[in-house]
Design a protein around this ligand. Structure first.
Ligand code: NAP
Length: 319
């Protein structure tokens, strides 16, 4: 492989499994990412704003850079994993100030959590400097990085993804995927998955509070809760088909049947002095679907309530 000032000039070898990588940001996740690249055999140069976090990585063979620009010059694949978008912004400002063409010919892979709009802004900045940009989302804890358990998803130019896919697979050996060319797609998937996670957890916590009020331990509820979660997961593919088709045949249960059970949940919660906020939200959305004439439809019809902004206070009261 030919490397000139960090940028590989022999395009045919760019996807080699030993492509040099720079990792900027050595927090909990950044250190895990750099460690996985090293274990996979990539010459890895690391930098962190606060010195002292690279000792273990250096022992494992990483080269430590004194500045982010020095780290970037060492590799054509530059991975950034810092706290938030402001930190990414600061870092890009610093690279730009050092050399406005520093990213030219390189691909910046940002694994910092953020929004779709922030991803598109970063992509525009990298493009203005002549570089490629992939936004990535890590659906894993640091301990899972480099194992089959880790899921890391990317969005941006497919060519940039494919060029570095072998290196990126070092982070998530079995679940590395490209979601599409729109740079915002990875962040959007992250938000969608987090929303799902919180909804499942809130359902569990509300159930634990409800049963706890009747003297049942959360640990006793957990096995039934886990089993129910798996059952619900099994419905997703069919409901997804209904959502994509825009028709909601109630082959299993109608929304009206669900609503009767939702009323029990709110009633039980109130009777036990448990918060009714979660059942009330669910019941409000279902009530709107009922008012729209979807009482005989499947639960998936509720997607239409999620597709629009919540009605203003006066409108909601009128329903
Ligand atoms: N940890 C996880 O389980 C996990 C899972 C998925 C996604 N993520 C995402 O990964 C990213 C990093 O998380 P983390 O757990 O590694 O956080 P962390 O341990 O708190 O590390 C934050 C890193 O950001 C650096 N940083 C903050 N502001 C900076 C700035 N202005 N300029 C340069 N560097 C700056 C810090 O440098 P200093 O050492 O100098 O403070 C540190 O290296 C976050 O966006 C997080 O949402 C984390």
């Amino acid at each position: 492989m030919k490397v000139q000032d960090g940028v590989m000039t022999d395009k045919s070898n760019e996807s080699a499994k030993d492509a040099p990588v720079a990792v900027l940001g050595l927090g909990l996740m950044g250190r895990a990412l750099a460690g996985a690249f090293l274990r996979a055999g990539h010459p890895t140069t690391v930098w962190n704003r606060t010195p002292g976090k690279a000792a273990e990585l250096a022992d494992a063979g990483a080269r430590t850079a004194a500045s982010p620009e020095e780290a970037v010059r060492a590799a054509a694949l530059v991975v950034v994993c810092v706290s938030d978008h402001t930190a990414v912004h600061d870092l890009l400002d610093r690279l730009d100030a050092a050399d406005p063409a520093l990213l030219a010919g390189r691909v910046l892979v940002n694994l910092t959590s953020g929004t779709a709009a922030q991803a598109r802004e970063n992509a525009a900045r990298a493009a203005a400097a002549g570089g490629g940009y992939l936004d990535g989302v890590i659906l894993a804890v640091p301990q899972a990085i480099g194992t089959p358990e880790a899921v890391v998803l990317y969005s941006g130019a497919r060519a940039d993804f494919e060029r570095y896919e072998p290196a990126l697979r070092s982070l998530a050996t079995d679940a590395t995927a490209h979601l599409g060319e729109d740079h915002g797609l990875a962040a959007l998937h992250d938000s969608a998955v987090l929303g799902l996670m919180w909804s499942v957890l809130n359902g569990f916590l509300h159930g634990a509070a409800l049963l706890g009020a009747a003297g049942v331990d959360a640990s006793a509820f957990a096995p039934l809760a886990a089993r129910s979660t798996v059952t619900v997961a099994g419905w997703l593919a069919d409901y997804a088909g209904q959502i994509d088709a825009g028709t909601y045949p109630a082959d299993d249960a109608t929304l009206e049947t669900h609503i009767a059970a939702m009323d029990h949940l709110a009633e039980e919660s109130a009777a036990l002095g448990v918060s009714t906020e979660l059942p009330d939200l669910v019941r409000t959305l279902a009530g709107r679907a009922l008012a729209a004439g979807q009482g005989g439809a499947s639960y998936a019809a509720l997607v239409e309530q999620f597709r629009r902004p919540a009605p203003a206070a006066g409108e909601a009261a009128a329903e």
